[in-house]
Design a binder for this molecule. Structure first.
Ligand code: ADP
Ligand code: TYD
Length: 202
């Protein structure tokens, strides 16, 4: 059965790196793998990127609602939607999902409102497993600053990321989802082994 695998973690925790490694390993096993991300490449995703870069100012409620819309479309899109891909027997690996909205927007507005509209939405699927790459915000910030991205987003500040990391744990305690917390301060290969094991068990 195809699996829906979500990666979460604060900015710079190594999600993209680990997603690449996992996709490669699953493909080597002969599985069909589709890698996707939120915000998506759709119209709502574009509005979100404008807000994340600081070009357009948005309130936390506006952001939470836009992420919700983007996520519903991500699930039900008739061509590249998560449901469509799983039905076609692709393992779907998603970089960020509703846990991010709960942790980032949930720390800025009514958490229960954000939780309910995501978790109770009939068109938002629960993942088979959520891999949380856990790292100290000071380490992730130094990784971000070392990389040659050349720009930073509104949340990429150690203070904010500390608050978000706390909110992730607060979120996990309030959900019955299958969440695996993995120490992401180690080397890429060691983390990849733990990730692969967690996915196999899911
Ligand atoms: P994210 O997608 O969570 O923002 P990335 O995978 O883009 O994180 O990683 C952020 C930066 O840290 C990149 O420059 C990447 O090469 C580096 N990096 C990723 N994993 C590790 C690791 N285990 N140890 C050291 N550096 C890492
Ligand atoms: P992303 O490009 O994955 O950032 P990174 O690779 O640095 O982790 O995500 C962009 C930003 O969007 C990130 O700062 C977290 C934020 N975000 C939210 O605030 N809420 C959400 O629901 C999602 C999906 C992302």
């Amino acid at each position: 059965m195809a699996k829906f695998i979500v990666f979460e973690g604060i900015d710079g925790s190594g999600k993209s790196t680990q997603i690449r490694a996992l996709a490669e390993r699953l493909r080597a096993e002969g599985r069909r793998v589709y890698v996707t991300a939120e915000p998506t490449e759709s119209v709502s995703g574009g509005m979100l990127r404008d807000a994340l870069s600081g070009v357009t100012k948005r309130s936390a409620c506006e952001l939470a609602s836009l992420f919700l819309l983007d996520r519903i479309n991500h699930n039900v899109n008739p061509v590249t939607g998560i449901k469509k891909l799983l039905d076609a027997d692709f393992d779907v690996i998603c970089d960020r999902y509703y846990y991010s909205t709960l942790a980032y927007q949930g720390s800025e507005t009514d958490f229960e409102w954000v939780r309910k509209m995501n978790v109770d939405c009939p068109e938002i699927r629960r993942p088979d497993v959520c891999i949380f790459l856990d790292i100290d915000p000071a380490v992730s910030m130094s990784r971000i600053n070392r990389s040659d991205r050349g720009f930073t987003e509104i949340y990429e500040k150690a203070e904010k990321l500390r608050e978000v990391r706390e909110k992730y744990f607060y979120t996990f305690e309030r959900l019955s989802d299958n969440i695996k917390v993995i120490d992401a301060a180690r080397d890429v290969k060691t983390i990849a082994e733990d990730v692969f094991r967690a996915v196999k068990e899911a």
